[in-house]
Design a protein around this ligand. Structure first.
Ligand SMILES: Nc1ncnc2c1ncn2[C@@H]1O[C@H](COP(=O)(O)OP(=O)(O)OP(=O)(O)O)[C@@H](O)[C@H]1O
Ligand SMILES: Nc1ncnc2c1ncn2[C@@H]1O[C@H](COP(=O)(O)OP(=O)(O)OP(=O)(O)O)[C@@H](O)[C@H]1O
Lengths: 219, 219
């Protein structure tokens, strides 16, 4: 488990900090806004009101000893850039910074961020790919309209075999079920004769247009 | 292809609108802020400055004829709720609304949103799961630490067989390579003897702790 500092407790930062804490990492959450710090204090072991652009404060907090830092300050671009510079200066080995836009992101890369993320932009791409797939809850794009989708088995698929619904290499749509999550069990590469049960989470790989047609036909 | 209206052109809304346009849908992008509308006009066929909470304007724009509406107004919670109410009132069959927080989301569900998304919160969960997996670019959580990760093959895996690296049912980590994207080709359920090449995108399924150990050992 790692020692991780999260600076900036907006919607993204709070979610990162809480999830890291649930995973079991040792998390320090920082924000200039007292209310933001308060809102997370029940869920995180250490949260403190502080300014991520203040080098003295960062040193006092022992930031140099952290394994990973996440700069999740959002629209305050200058603060996000300055904070990232300081973290690398203080020797944090791995710094993930969130960018508001491409220009901000390229600046972060230049000044040393090890990884730059664009939460809203990435979610926009994913949501756009599933607007026509109302049963799909997650979508991981791969290349040119092809991706991996996660869906809870809808009513019209229950009790049917995977191949009969149209999945698999013999199906006309070339959409494969690569994995089924059934309760706490994971079935990797299920047989084409596997019967879909209620609450099964299906992870399928295929062209998203074809997936839409397959589901439409199955209804 | 569908007729889709996107209301609210923040970082999330712009990304949704542009991606939908690239996919080939007929997109109308709306925002009260002229600058936001201008920033997207080069990429989207139709973008217009308008107030999504103005029923008269929505009727004039023929919103009732749209297949899908996406309310991507962010922190202006009342506007987002009122806009969603109007879209359902005007008969838009499928309305996706973005929520700022859980309370906002539950209100949206109650007043008729067909799907509610939390872009920053969802991205926070995903990023948290891959902070310790620096080579992983996408993560789709499934259950209890288990998920599907996408990674570009790092240098230390090149030229090696999948099974030799530690993947597969015989590997001690129980992480499976479910798919390889190689150039424009997709290889579903690759053989354990498949040799990993430069630029291969690997989609792997397994416990994220075990994936981290597998990659660590492979280095
Ligand atoms: N110098 C700083 N040090 C610490 N925290 C900061 C600093 N500057 C801004 N923040 C905090 O970063 C948080 C996120 O910033 P902001 O609200 O501008 O971004 P946002 O893009 O709306 O975020 P999100 O989309 O994650 O909700 C805020 O809670 C803010 O108080
Ligand atoms: N009534 C309205 N009609 C149309 N657009 C609106 C309305 N109210 C707000 N908007 C627009 O919604 C957009 C997004 O809202 P806002 O910037 O508050 O959210 P945000 O949470 O920061 O968004 P993001 O995280 O996507 O960048 C803004 O461009 C704003 O002008």
């Amino acid at each position: 488990k790692k020692q991780i500092v999260v600076i900036g407790l907006g919607r993204f930062g709070i979610s990162v900090a809480k999830t890291l804490h649930e995973i079991g990492h040792d998390v320090l959450a920082i924000d200039t806004n007292e209310k933001s710090v308060q809102s997370i204090s029940a869920d995180i072991t250490h949260s403190i009101q502080a300014d991520g652009t203040n080098e003295t404060v960062l040193r006092e907090l022992g930031i140099s000893n952290f394994d990973i830092a996440i700069v999740s300050i959002g629209s305050a671009v200058e603060a996000s850039v300055l904070c990232t510079i300081l973290l690398k200066k203080l020797g944090v080995p791995y710094v993930i910074a969130r960018a508001d836009n491409l220009l901000h992101g390229s600046i972060l890369e230049r000044i040393g961020a090890d990884k730059v993320v664009y939460p809203e932009q990435e979610m926009g791409v994913r949501v756009a790919h599933v607007v026509t797939l109302s049963d799909v809850s997650y979508y991981m794009p791969l290349v040119a309209g092809y991706g991996v989708a996660r869906m809870t088995a809808p009513g019209y698929l229950l009790g049917k075999q995977i191949a009969d619904v149209g999945f698999g290499p013999k199906g006309k749509w070339e959409v494969a079920v690569v994995l089924i999550q059934r309760e706490k069990e994971i079935i990797v590469t299920p047989s084409l004769h596997e019967v879909i049960r209620e609450n099964d989470v299906l992870v399928v790989a295929g062209n998203s247009d074809n997936l839409e047609k397959l589901l439409h036909e199955a209804k």
